[in-house]
Ligand binder design. Structure first.
Ligand code: ADP
Ligand code: MG
Length: 469
């Protein structure tokens, strides 16, 4: 019998692994084997456990779904009745360079050090470009503002505060501003960092008693771009330091751009001073992509992919994955992976089948307890207070919102929601719902505890948090 080529994947001299692969091939057929296993997985056999490393999370669920049984059967035949099989994502497998799989790779992640000149995000990620940002009705204002900042940094829209839910392109815009500023004004000192990195540098400086040099770093910056400032919420000491930096740059007319997952007013644990500084420039919301923008994003990205996907399959993706751009990209990546494995053109039927699991996962099931948790942590009330009979506004209004959201986002009937929130009856829930609807229609800000909130923004933020899980 011919020696199977598949030995490339097994460790040299490990004949039982070779036997395993060989038998698997006859079990599932050569085509399936070529598409999904040959040079594409990484085997590790340790005692009773056979680990099968695959290249991506998508492949993981695909392989488990389609091959778990035959793989387990063959493993038992080859390695013994008690052997077990585990599929796992193996970061060492690159779909583009399959020969790597055969080699034992001792990978140490390359880290790009943060330099005082311009921070990068520590993972050495390439920055996105503004020219790759697809414009549409959903992001026109933030995009225009970003361009404006690049045209004349520090002059207008300062600070620029970009906010919106996860995966909508905030980081992309911020990175785009960074690249554009660097390109157009090489002499300017532009700094890009996440607020988490700011926090880490600051904490480190405190620990090593190097605060003066930490502050010095920001002194001659011409523009600072800070991603995800929501991270600073509830971190008072860091906020103070950030405010200090902010004021200093502001007083010299330096450009400041920040991003966050919500409107500054909804960063409830931010100091009043920082909030009002954020509000003093342009606050700009980036919305979930509309259908037309999604279609264009999908077309543009697929044009650059190593995959043949039909136009109607692309339209299917654009229509089906509508929450954010990251989700769209995830779906396209799955199709690309599939194509790279099979080299078969992907039409709408195949796309639908490949993405079925992903589609299901995108529709998150929300439970009443999720609503309770998000509302409690947002307003700083405890679950037992929410369920109590207290009627004080600081508790009763969050409770009403919780009931409203539970009704809107879960399948639960009024009676069950009432029961959940402290054994109340269905008419209490209905009246809470009506009250919140009246507030929404009214449009005026609503007082909760000591704070006043723009209600529509507030509801959207809470909903986003729930959808994001
Ligand atoms: P956020 O920071 O808001 O969570 P990101 O900026 O990380 O989102 O965007 C998620 C992904 O979607 C990135 O790969 C980004 O390049 C892409 N993306 C988002 N919006 C757009 C857009 N309008 N055009 C092209 N790509 C986009
Ligand atoms: Mg981001």
């Amino acid at each position: 019998m011919m020696q199977p080529e598949t030995s490339a994947m097994a460790r040299p001299n490990d004949s039982s692994e070779t036997t395993f692969l060989h038998q698997l091939e006859s079990e599932i057929g050569q085509r399936n084997f070529d598409h999904w296993f040959r040079d594409k997985v990484r085997l590790e056999h340790d005692g009773e456990l056979l680990s099968i490393g695959v290249g991506s999370p998508f492949l993981l669920s695909w392989m488990q779904k389609h091959f778990r049984q035959p793989v387990a059967d063959v493993a038992q035949k080859v390695f013994g009745a008690t052997s077990r099989v585990r599929f796992q994502v193996d970061a060492r497998i690159s779909l583009h360079s399959s020969p790597e799989i055969a080699k034992p790779v001792n990978e140490t992640r390359t880290r790009v050090a943060a330099t005082p000149a311009h921070f990068v995000d520590g993972r050495g990620r390439r920055f996105a470009d503004l020219s790759d940002f697809v414009k549409g009705a959903c992001n026109e204002l933030p995009f225009t503002a970003a361009k404006q900042v690049c045209d004349s940094p520090g002059a207008k829209f300062n600070p620029l505060f970009l906010y919106g839910g996860v995966g909508l392109g905030k980081t992309h815009l911020l990175e785009g501003i960074y690249r554009q500023l660097r390109r157009r004004y090489p002499a300017l000192h532009v700094m890009f960092l996440t607020s988490e990195a700011f926090t880490n540098y600051f904490t480190e400086a405190l620990r090593q008693r190097t605060l003066p040099s930490f502050r010095q770093r920001f002194r001659n910056v011409d523009a600072i771009l800070v991603d995800d400032v929501d991270f600073l919420n509830a971190k008072r000491v860091i906020q103070e330091e950030f405010l200090h930096t902010f004021k200093q740059l502001e007083s010299h007319g330096k450009q400041i751009v920040v991003t966050a997952d919500r409107h500054p007013r909804l960063l409830s644990k931010l100091s009043e001073e920082l909030t009002s500084r954020f509000l003093s420039g342009l606050v700009c919301r980036i919305e979930a992509p509309d259908a037309e923008t999604r279609q264009r994003i999908v077309e543009r990205r697929s044009a650059r992919m190593d995959a043949v996907i039909t136009a109607d399959a692309l339209t299917f993706v654009a229509q089906r994955f509508c929450n954010n751009v990251r989700e769209l990209e995830g779906a396209l990546n799955c199709l690309e992976t599939y194509y790279q494995m099979t080299r078969k053109r992907i039409g709408v039927t195949v796309a639908r089948r490949i993405l079925a699991d992903l589609e299901r996962d995108c529709i998150r099931v929300i439970h009443i307890s999720d609503v309770e948790q998000v509302v409690c942590s947002f307003f700083g009330v405890s679950a037992s207070e929410l369920k109590s009979s207290r009627r004080h506004r600081s508790v009763s209004r969050p409770r009403m919102l919780a009931m409203f959201l539970a009704r809107k986002l879960t399948q639960a009937p009024y009676s069950e929601i009432g029961q959940y929130f402290g054994g109340r009856n269905h008419s209490t829930v209905m009246s809470a719902q009506h009250t919140v609807q009246r507030w929404m229609a009214d449009g005026s800000p609503i007082q909760f505890a000591s704070q006043t909130w723009p209600l529509n923004e507030l509801l959207e933020t809470l909903e986003q948090q729930l959808q994001a899980g």
